[in-house]
Ligand binder design. Structure first.
Ligand code: 0RQ
Length: 513
């Protein structure tokens, strides 16, 4: 990768990851690149984890703050969490070791809307950013940087940090150059100007990051692949959910509420989201566009078949196969893919103006349409809100999707009252499960409860939810959003337990008889 570092001054800063790790002190806040397994530093975090382990073995505490774009990889979050080296993590993670430490109370975590991170840092709300550690695809002669397979918060890290460590990854495709649109027109209020994106394909910035070369304290060379997870082929539930969404979109076109080529699509991560994209492949819509965070396999397929003409995102999130295909043919996609900073890919102003159709996953939804995307049983974090809040509130249509039950059918994802709220009833327009779709637009709380229970809940839990809602209507002190607050969280588990006990008793009595 010798010819990837064309600037002589930065060339002189090349050193090993081990040497670079010595330049980060305990207590530092470190802004790392990385978004859904793409474009994260591959060398420095593991070298730093070794240094931390070493310090711990000598009885010294060594912890840093880790700020990123979104989730990263085992070599970053996993390695640092393993040695208990993270004091504070933000804004999104999906690493099992990280999650375990956070839920054990050993690591602090702040769950921030992805579009808010940059402005929180500019505003100084998160404290000082000491070091930026950013993967790039190359360095130009004049010191500007060719971004990597994700943009995330890198522009902000490079601007705001006192010191910069660069990882130049020769594995990244050189044809990435020109794909990015880095916008330098953002400011804090009262100096803000309109962000001039009026259509998905509008480019408003430049293809490179600017930096102050005197801040660069180390450059590390590497040649390592991004972490990519394979998608499981869409299962029956995902296909049904996708089917309901496609039928709904067709209906909206027929009613004249959506144009024939729909509006820019946003889709969250995961297998259900991917199944919806696969469904669009066989669907009747052409000339689609996407204004989204992550570009998954399904979207790439749509671009290849010509169904989707332009996708704007902040990161790739591809399976190994899709990535190989993309890399083999990258120049072909240059006109149809734009990677932007996450404060732009997720900007409420742009999402509202374009009229994005947002589709995101959920953990549980309640009968009135409140959605929990982040917490198991109200207290343990799963991943984080990610961009789902940026999109849901500002979308033209906000859709949330989930299988109706989790853990082999033992838990209902439709509940009387969510145990944690990420998206309020005001931000949720459509809820979809494999059972069906609830269109909550224009419905009062009591009207919503009926369609959520009848259209979305699993038949095994529908009777219990009906019973709760019925009793709530009779005994709730207020009748606008009827609830039995002392039962809201225990009703379903009790009902399931009693039901199981009833079934066991029935079976026992049959055996005895
Ligand atoms: O765990 O695999 O251990 O069984 O939660 O659930 O059904 O596989 O769905 O992968 O789409 O994830 C909300 C977490 C859904 C995701 C969430 C368990 C379930 C399983 C995952 P197991 P599924 P998904 C743009 C948008 C927030 C960020 C976001 C998410 C695991 O969509 O992180 O939207 N969203 N970003 O078994 C107990 C329940 C459960 C439950 C599911 N009710 N009780 N466990 N699970 N429901 C992208 C970015 O922002 C980067």
């Amino acid at each position: 990768g010798a010819n990837r570092i064309l600037n002589p001054h930065l060339r002189s800063k090349v050193m090993s990851a081990h040497e670079a790790a010595l330049l980060i002190p305990s207590g530092a806040n470190v802004g790392m690149s990385g978004f859904t397994g793409a474009g994260y530093p591959k060398e420095l975090p593991t070298a730093l984890a070794k240094r931390i382990l070493d310090a711990n073995l000598h009885g010294q505490k060594f912890k840093i703050g880790v700020w990123t774009g979104a989730s990263t990889a085992p070599e970053l979050d996993g390695a640092l969490a393993m040695v208990d080296g993270i004091e504070m993590r933000l804004p999104y993670q999906s690493d099992p070791t990280c999650r375990k430490r956070i839920n054990a109370g050993e690591m602090e975590y702040i769950d921030v809307h992805l579009s808010h991170v940059a402005q929180f840092v500019w505003g100084g709300f998160l404290g000082k950013l000491d070091v930026a550690v950013v993967e790039v695809a190359g360095i130009l002669e004049d010191g500007r940087l060719i971004p990597s397979s994700s943009v995330g918060n890198n522009k902000t890290w490079l601007d705001q940090a006192d010191k910069i460590i660069l990882e130049v990854n020769a594995w990244q495709n050189p044809h990435l150059e020109g794909m990015h649109d880095i916008y330098y027109g953002t400011a804090l209020p009262p100096h803000r100007k309109a962000i001039p994106i009026e259509r998905t394909e509008d480019r408003i910035g430049e293809p490179y990051f600017r930096i102050d070369p005197s801040k660069v304290i180390a450059v590390i060379e590497t040649n390592k692949a991004d972490r990519n997870s394979a998608f499981t082929p869409p299962d029956q539930n995902s296909q049904r959910i996708a089917g309901h969404i496609l039928e709904f979109l067709q209906h909206e076109v027929k009613m004249g509420r959506l144009p024939k080529n729909l509006l820019p699509l946003q889709s969250g991560v995961g297998n259900v989201a991917n199944a919806v994209m696969a469904g669009l492949q066989d669907g009747p819509f052409d000339n689609l566009t996407a204004y989204t965070e992550v570009l998954q396999d399904g979207m790439l397929e749509l671009i290849k078949s010509g169904k989707l003409t332009c996708a704007s995102a902040t990161s790739f999130s591809l399976s190994p196969n899709a990535l190989t295909e993309l890399n083999a043919d990258l120049p072909r996609f240059k006109d149809s893919i734009i990677l932007r900073p996450q404060e732009i890919s997720n900007h409420p102003e742009v999402i509202r103006r374009l009229g994005v159709i947002a589709m995101n996953g959920l953990i549980e939804a309640d009968i009135y349409g409140n959605v929990n995307s982040t917490h198991i049983m109200g207290t343990s974090i799963m991943n984080g809100i990610g961009g789902s809040g940026d999109f849901a509130r500002n979308a033209f249509i906000s859709i949330f999707m989930t299988p109706s039950s989790a853990k082999n059918g033992s838990i209902s994802c439709i509940v009387p009252m969510v145990s944690h709220v990420d998206h309020t009833e005001h931000d949720v327009q459509i809820i979809v499960t494999e059972q069906g779709l609830a269109d909550l637009r224009g419905l009062s709380p009591k009207q919503r409860a009926k369609v959520v229970i009848e259209n979305c809940a699993h038949p095994n839990f529908r009777p219990a939810l009906r019973e709760y809602y019925d009793r709530a209507q009779r005994y709730s002190p207020g009748r606008h959003t009827p609830h039995l607050l002392d039962e809201a969280y225990t009703f379903l588990p009790n009902w399931i337990a009693n039901n199981a006990a009833r079934a066991a008793w029935r079976q026992e009595s049959t055996v005895q008889a």
